[in-house]
Design a protein around this ligand. Structure first.
Ligand code: ACO
Length: 403
């Protein structure tokens, strides 16, 4: 067998894999993906079964702790999330001090990082010490990401903050925090709560995508959960990653406003003048199983919300149909990804487009927590430190030096 370390030190040999398309950066027990077959499993359980039978917090527990919770475990986990839902007054002021038009992802990443400062015993940047309080840290991150998100939305609209209610479940509390107004409490219908639960659990984990790799990269240097997750949020914000769900709605709206049925836009996408947002995936070379589930639940969800006619949905369906029978997309194996339809569900739930990627971040928090834990609890974990291929100038002398 080749000793790669020796080879590297004696020959300078390194592998070059642009965009890490074929590089396994770690071993992980959390998520299995077969991109060719369109298979996704969390801890061995198929995503189709989980989305049919579980709520988000059950899946979050599974992703973080490795097993679906028993009744007693679910009750304990749920109580911990309820206890951790409110923010300290200083954190509330921190969020209120942002300009109203700040992008919620900027507020979220800063707030998650700031959150660690309030809990020095779990954000000590000493993995051993941080792990002693892991359950508390996980509950704080998972519960408070939702409160931060909702407070951010309230501040952006100049609205007073709402406070979490002990009687409500995770999704219902989120909707209450977002939408309740004095004398008119928002009571989520079971259909709306189900749609939020589904959205969140479909995003709970997805192995070494850009944001999760970022979380692991930061964690590999010994950083705490909050610092690592904040970095993940920044990676997620990009339009080629989580920001795509916002970009899809903007794309569909622009197509609609231009009076196009999608066909002109598709031509632009094929000519490299535009990118069909919500299509294509680094790993899935087949229909993204999460997109399939969202699409399958779409009609029922919209009907339950009383929406029978959505011009953006018509355009999305046209685009999908045309793309899936077009050589450009077929030959490149470009299929709808989870972001293609998820924004339309969020739209129907009256969640503003700027909050879509924040919703993705709430959903992805269990994955980031679990992946951080894998790094922090691995005594053999190494700092992540890729190499590069240097293509700059050869050695040259500063004028006045050399001959
Ligand atoms: N629209 C049009 N053409 C596309 C698209 C698209 N959405 N995606 C890929 N292509 C084309 C590329 O131009 C390229 O064509 P070429 O071979 O003629 O140069 C070919 O397909 C391969 O594309 P790459 O960009 O090399 O694929 P990569 O794996 O690097 O990118 C990505 C994957 C970023 C998801 C890409 O498909 C994309 O930009 N999609 C739109 C953004 C999006 O929906 N992102 C969400 C991803 S899912 C998630 O983060 C949850």
């Amino acid at each position: 067998a080749v000793d790669v370390r020796k080879l590297r030190s004696t020959t300078g040999y390194i592998t070059y894999d642009e965009g890490f398309g074929n590089t396994g950066s770690c071993q992980s027990e959390i998520t299995y993906i077969d991109g060719e077959a369109g298979i996704l499993r969390y801890r061995g359980y198929p995503i189709e079964q989980l989305s049919e039978n579980c709520r988000f917090i059950d899946v979050a527990y599974l992703v973080i702790y490795g097993e679906l919770p028993s009744t007693a475990e679910r009750a304990r986990f749920s109580a911990a999330l309820t206890e951790q839902a409110p923010l300290r007054a200083g954190m509330e002021r921190f969020i209120q001090n942002f300009p109203r038009d700040a992008h919620p992802m900027a507020v979220l990443s800063s707030s998650l990082n700031a959150l660690g400062a309030y809990y020095p015993h779990i954000a000590s940047n000493n993995h051993q010490r941080d792990l002693e309080h892991f359950d508390e840290a996980a509950a704080i991150a998972l519960s408070k990401v939702r409160t931060i998100a909702a407070h951010t939305y309230r501040v952006s609209g100049g609205l007073p903050l709402n406070y979490p209610k002990k009687s409500l479940g995770y999704a219902e509390n989120f909707l209450h925090l977002m939408f309740s107004v004095p004398y008119d409490e928002y009571n989520a219908t079971p259909e709306v709560a189900r749609a939020i639960n589904l959205f969140l659990l479909l995003h709970a984990e997805h192995e070494q995508n850009c944001s999760t790799s970022t979380v692991r990269m930061v964690a590999s240097a010994g950083a705490n959960l909050f610092a690592s997750a904040a970095a993940g949020v920044n990676a997620l914000w990009g339009p080629l990653h989580g920001g795509a769900n916002q970009a899809v709605i903007q794309m569909l709206t622009a197509i609609h406003e231009a009076g196009d049925d999608g066909s002109k836009f598709l031509e632009d996408a094929k000519n490299g003048k535009a990118r069909l947002m919500g299509f294509g995936h680094r790993v899935y070379k087949n229909y993204d199983p999460r997109a399939k589930i969202i699409k399958g639940s779409f009609d029922a969800a919209l009907a339950s919300l009383g929406i029978t006619n959505d011009p953006l949905l018509d355009i999305a369906r046209n685009l999908e149909q045309a793309a899936l029978s077009d050589d450009y997309f077929i030959s490149r194996k470009l299929y709808p990804n989870v972001d293609f339809y998820s924004g339309l569900i969020m739209n129907a739930l009256k969640i503003p487009a700027e909050m879509f990627t924040v919703m993705f971040a709430i959903g992805r928090m269990p994955g980031w927590i679990a992946q951080w834990h894998e790094v922090a609890s691995n005594p053999k974990a190494k700092i992540n430190r890729p190499r590069q291929i240097y293509v700059g100038p050869a050695k040259r002398d500063v004028p006045g030096f050399g001959e």
